[in-house]
Design a protein around this ligand. Sequence first.
Ligand code: ADP
Ligand code: MG
Length: 662
Amino acid sequence: MLLGDSVKNIKGVGEKSAKLLEKLDINTVHDLITHFPRDYEVFSMPERIDDAKEGETITIEGMISRLTAKAGRKHLVTCFCSDPSGAIKLKWFNQPYMTKLLKPGTRYLFRGTVKSDGAEYFIQQPKLYGRDEYRSLMASLQPRYDLTKGLTHNFILKAARTVLENVDFEETLPAKFRKENNLMKYEDALQSIHFPDSMEDALLARRRLVFDEFVEFFTALHALKEGRSEEKNGYPVTDYTDCDRLLLELPFKLTGAQLKVFEDVKRDMSSEKLMCRMIEGDVGSGKTIMAMLAMLAAVRAGYQAALMVPTEVLATQHYNEFCERLASYNIRCRLLVGSMTASEKKKAYAEIKAGECDIIIGTHALIQDKLEFAALGLAVIDEQHRFGVKQRECLKNKGLKPHILCMSATPIPRSLSLILYGDMDLSVIDEMPAERLPIKNCIIDSASRMTAVNFLRKEVAAGHQAYCICPMVEESEMMDGENVIDYSETLSETLDTIEEMDSKLKVNRRIVVEYLHGKMTPSAKNEVMERFASGKTDILVSTTVVEVGVNVKNATVMLIENSERFGLAQLHQLRGRVGRGKWQSYCIFVKGKSGKEIDERLGILRDNNNGFKVAEEDLKLRGPGDLFGVRQAGELSWKLADIYSDAALLALAKDYCHENEI
Ligand code: ADP
Ligand code: MG
């Protein structure tokens, strides 16, 4: 079996499961074995029943009594479980066979999440274990994977086991180096991340895999800038007259920080050497206009300029903005995205090759083997890290040596930026547009959701729009899609209508709620986004797809459900979707769970609107145990690595790459 083989080559994976795996972007054997657990379930010693706290998952051991069954729309079985400390109610929906399984007066082990109906605690759908069965689970860590409906953790585990038994994994690191730096063998790391003996074992495995992720990152960056700093500038740009004109036409003045960055860019593009610059700036600091100015100047100098972004939604949004702002400049813009039909693409490719368009905006898919530019002078890469190794090499292999301008919104301390992008020139936009009011933040628990919903209605009645980031589904985060639909229906019913003036007549109109999730087709996503951007939709219910770069100034509320389940960096990104216009904006963090740690973490966001500060505080709070569990997405996201808590490994990987000339 080879890593590049289809998952169907794995024994036990058939046509049907391959389809399901595909939903998780798992297509090859390599994808499967690098589908790492997002967390481990620890089967702890049974706890005292009176220690049960809402939202916690616990195991209890006790005697059951008062077993009842009620048939109805939903079949309900209930009973009480008691130990010397107290008793708690257990509930099972649509599992009538539980009445046969359970014998009152007998002791059992149950495990489940504690909920509350206001009056009393109960455990819903607890799992039932035999003593021996539970004891054997206690000795191990059970990996939890991102799943989709129809797949189980066990299925993934079994497939991973088969892969580990049948594939020879190449070791890239010398034994000496591994030993000196406490890095496992690659194969052992894969084994231990899926089948850890202990948490330490899992963390050690993670250490090795994170190291590899960083090495890959540097390799890719290297491919991008290889030789660039010595390369003579084949695309000099010296005339910026039209940029000055554009600046006068903008509805705002550039901030001091933006002006400084623009000066850096001008200096680079007119100098002897090619530009290779990274612009770092917090969400909403105004990076897009920097790209537009540089691209406009490059086009005026007679070259083509391309803007590459990670998602179609973002590509379309940028394209619309460019078309609008540059309408009177006689510039031909072209959108190029994966969802275009083959013939549309062919036409676009032909135009680009013939030099019939000047500005090309597209997803990273833009850099396809088939694409040839007439004269690419500038490539701008938004969300640089999401731009894969293959695509970078493609740019290189085409023999293209344009100016490169990267943009990233990851708020990282300067010391880390230097490690990450040290070989590029770095510009930082460290100032927000002046007209912005700081976002007002608040944290509520789910019991106060109605207040939040009323607030949404008020903002919509005032002509604004809102985002709701939907809770993730416990068992499988990938079932988000279905969840988003349910949530938006419920929200729509609750919100109902608002009064509006329609040509001096008071009318009731329904609040328009739409949803967006990752599994929708790109064109469906674009349509939803466009309706939201144009104000036709009042509220957009979404998974974290909106996290990246989306810009709708009129949106003033961001409501995030289950906010405790996200990493702070990602929450900060999400919050960055509002507060982009001149109106007061709000971010409401809804907690699905309570706890001191959760309050502390979310408190950081409530008290800080500055991304750098958030990152710094977040790091202080985090311990090694938090390395799994919280989704550390944000903009700089690897499968496992986290630049903040893995900063030391990042530096190690960098040194390794330097020494070995990778
Ligand atoms: P990001 O840095 O997150 O990519 P954008 O470039 O999308 O941010 O800018 C966010 C919004 O702020 C856009 O609507 C943009 O037009 C606006 N903007 C950019 N620069 C300024 C400025 N100097 N003053 C006011 N608004 C600005
Ligand atoms: Mg942006």
